[in-house]
Write a protein that binds this ligand. Structure first.
Ligand code: GRF
Length: 203
């Protein structure tokens, strides 16, 4: 199972993906880590850990379509079975999403369908929810939408700041992305005709 990971920044979810594939001895491989920004900190970690890295800088392209075409070409060069978005902060065009239909997966720091978009921790605190969470889902052309593969939850505690909540949630993000990577590598994830996710062997 060949995997390409797309990042924009720190890359802690990407590190979890790489480490999971390696530690669990799965028949999977992270072929490349691609970022839309040259200063994405995760690139250095990936390089130091022997993973091919590449930058496709969105600023170098006049339009979103041009950027997505270049990104798609860079991704396709690795012939991945799955493309995992891990803190990738660019909205992808429908053309890109459709090209990788059923193979493009994202992690979003909320319990979707609540709080799509940015600033999810602030949104959770402002709304007064008592539970917050994260979602790994197949990407569809609608932002932060699409068939859900896994979710994880954390409590919202009195006095939490957005940063407190983000830090608590990040641990759970890593756990559920690791689970999903194992399931993908073991070929256990399918979409049925209703676009619902089935994971074999999980209750
Ligand atoms: C994560 O919280 C992810 O869900 C979000 O951006 C953050 C990226 O963190 N969309 P990292 O780059 O994986 O460390």
């Amino acid at each position: 199972c060949r995997i390409v990971v797309l990042i924009s920044g720190r890359g802690s979810n990407m590190q979890t993906i790489v480490n999971t594939v390696r530690e669990a001895g799965l028949s999977a491989r992270v072929c490349a880590v691609i970022a839309n920004k040259a200063d994405a900190a995760g690139l250095q970690w990936a390089h130091n850990n022997g993973i091919a890295t590449q930058v496709v800088a969105h600023r170098d392209y006049a339009t979103r379509d041009d950027f997505d075409a270049a990104l798609a070409e860079a991704v396709e060069a690795h012939a991945p079975q799955y493309v995992l978005l891990a803190g990738f902060m660019r909205v992808l065009t429908p053309g890109f999403v459709e090209r990788f239909n059923g193979r493009l997966i994202n992690i979003h720091p909320s319990l979707l369908p609540a709080f799509p978009g940015l600033h999810t921790h602030q949104q959770a605190l402002a709304t007064g929810v008592q539970w917050h969470g994260c979602t790994v889902h197949f990407v569809t052309p609608v932002l932060d939408h699409g068939p859900i593969i896994a979710q994880g939850m954390v409590p919202v505690l009195a006095g939490d700041t957005p940063d407190d909540l983000a830090a608590r949630l990040l641990q759970v993000e890593h756990r559920i992305y690791a689970d999903v990577v194992r399931w993908l590598a073991e070929g256990r994830v399918t979409l049925d005709s209703m676009q619902r996710v089935l994971v074999r062997g999980v209750d």
